[in-house]
Ligand binder design. Structure first.
Ligand code: PAN
Ligand code: ZN
Length: 185
């Protein structure tokens, strides 16, 4: 079994089998409410980076995956840089997130569209129950770094969020991160 290293101060993973993927603004079409502003910004801007260690085949039951996500600071108009967000494809599978560095919000949504958030600060631990969509926004001035652990059978359903979105968006309203309900809620 390969072994990996977690850099304790930065949450970064290294070792055999760790994969890294980056999301630039160019890859996040229609993720932010103000698509015209997103399209007018620097498309090379890195929004987030994800590392994952997946020691068993994807979809296999009983295994666990381990990840590190870094979201860079910034906004598209009033909306903070954030992940795409997803339900798990095997809907009733849970996940842990824990914050290493920075300041942010874990945005959660149930199947009825009810949307709420948990604040992320270094050391905060977040249990995301099954059937709950999850997305993270960086509300601070520095990088937001968190680790995650999720079941190998979970998979990712991005399509539902692409089609229906979350019930609310996290915006900087006069300097305060505020959940603003979307029209289709
Ligand atoms: C995380 C997320 C990661 C990136 O590892 O996949 O933070 O967010 P998106 O996948 O929504 O782009 C996780 O929740 N895994 O299940
Ligand atoms: Zn997940």
């Amino acid at each position: 079994m390969p072994s990996i290293q977690l850099e304790i101060n930065t949450g970064k993973l290294s070792g055999e089998g760790v994969i890294t993927a980056q999301k630039k603004l160019s890859q996040l079409e229609n993720v932010f409410e103000d698509e015209a502003t997103r399209a007018s910004m620097d498309q090379e801007q890195l929004i987030y980076e994800v590392q994952a260690f997946m020691p068993v085949e994807e979809g296999k039951e009983g295994g666990l995956y381990f990840g590190n996500s870094t979201i860079f600071p910034g906004k598209v108009n009033e909306e903070y840089f954030m992940t795409r967000g997803h339900f798990h494809a095997k809907l009733d599978t849970a996940e842990y997130y824990w914050c290493i560095q920075g300041k942010g919000a874990l945005i959660l949504m149930d199947e009825n569209g009810k949307t709420w958030l948990e604040e992320m600060t270094p050391g905060s631990v977040h249990y995301i129950p099954g059937k709950i969509a999850h997305r993270v926004a960086n509300t601070g001035e520095e990088k937001l770094v968190f680790n995650a652990c999720w079941p190998s059978e979970a998979g990712h359903d991005y399509g539902t969020i692409e089609k229906e979105g979350f019930g609310a968006r996290l915006k900087d309203i006069e300097g305060t991160p505020t959940l603003v309900a979307t029209k289709n809620e």
